[in-house]
Design a protein around this ligand. Structure first.
Ligand SMILES: Nc1ncnc2c1ncn2[C@@H]1O[C@H](COP(=O)(O)OP(=O)(O)OP(=O)(O)O)[C@@H](O)[C@H]1O
Length: 296
């Protein structure tokens, strides 16, 4: 019999996660799976549960929660010879991974995706000794992103990040970063560096419109300068999907990127606070096997 593990964060979204578990169990049992439900109680539980699913040769892991739960879940896949398929029921406020894969943001509809026979192979990102699913950001603006409140994210969606960013611009100076890729080195002051695996970052689905989930590439943006005036034009470019053409933005793609600084600089990884610099970033192409909706 095939085995499925449901990893659920009961605190995700508006604490409505548990309502959906019965539904997911019914669908999986209807497909012939023996189902194990694992509820997270604290940080890293999802990683430990997923490691167990790999070691015990589960066929499927279903992550029910926000991007934070998904991030912890995929880190359970690290260095595992057996990888179960992955399914996602998004319950967070941003849900970049689901957006990038056209998994419905409505949980009831996302659950119906579990009956799909379509598997999408998806790149995973490596950051030092851990994985990421969507994005790594660093610089003084990225530091402020970790402090965006859940209330603001629920109320304002992606614009919560713009609000926090604009507030931050008034107060802080840019850090000096060294960014290396493909034999090239960029050195300079920047308030924000972003490396995205998918098109959707912070809920902005057009931030990296050229990013395809299985292109094996990091889509990187260096913001050369963000004063209050050009932030307006950068924001407009962000909404229109033309950020890479903005005069104050450097865009490049790479398979390997390193970022360092002489300053102590923090990072934001998949929407949560990440490790401090230095960073070694790379991709593992098509490493995840994700259940996605059937093509229309
Ligand atoms: N039972 C729990 N109670 C509180 N926090 C938990 C629990 N289980 C896991 N966590 C932590 O909650 C963090 C955030 O979870 P997640 O991102 O899934 O939900 P969210 O905060 O609702 O989503 P979003 O960030 O999109 O708003 C996880 O990274 C995890 O460490």
């Amino acid at each position: 019999m095939q085995q499925a593990m449901i990893i659920i964060n009961p605190s995700s979204g508006k604490e409505e996660a548990l309502e959906y578990v019965r539904n997911v169990e019914d669908i999986l049992q209807g497909q012939g799976y023996a189902v194990t439900v694992m509820k997270t109680a604290k940080e890293l539980d999802a990683t430990h549960f997923c490691i167990r699913a790999c070691e015990e040769h589960y066929d499927l892991v279903v992550s029910i929660g926000g991007d934070g739960t998904l991030h912890e879940t995929i880190n359970g896949f690290m260095d595992q010879p057996h990888l179960p398929k992955l399914a996602v029921v998004p319950l967070g406020t941003v849900n970049d991974f689901a957006r990038a894969l056209q998994i419905p943001l409505n949980p009831a509809q996302a659950i119906r995706t579990l009956t799909s026979s379509r598997i999408q192979n998806v790149d995973i990102g490596r950051l030092n000794d851990r994985f990421f699913a969507n994005v790594v950001a660093t610089g003084s603006l990225a530091e402020s992103l970790s402090s965006v409140s859940s209330e603001d994210k629920s109320r304002l969606g992606a614009f919560a990040y713009l609000k926090e960013g604009i507030k931050e611009l008034a107060g802080k100076t840019a850090h000096s970063l060294t960014i290396r890729h493909d034999g090239q080195t960029w050195k300079g002051e920047t308030p924000l560096f972003i490396a995205a695996l998918t098109n959707s970052v912070g809920g902005f689905e057009k931030l990296a419109p050229d990013a395809v989930v299985d292109d094996g590439l990091l889509h990187c943006f260096i913001f050369k300068d963000l004063n209050l005036l050009n932030t307006l034009t950068v924001s407009l470019s962000l909404l229109l999907g033309s950020l890479k053409n903005h005069k104050d933005v450097i865009y490049f793609t790479a398979r390997n990127v390193s970022v360092s600084s002489t300053d102590p600089v923090r990072t934001n990884v998949d929407g949560e606070e990440g490790p401090p610099l230095p960073l070694e970033l790379s991709t593992i192409p098509r490493h995840l096997h994700v259940i996605v909706p059937e093509e229309e």
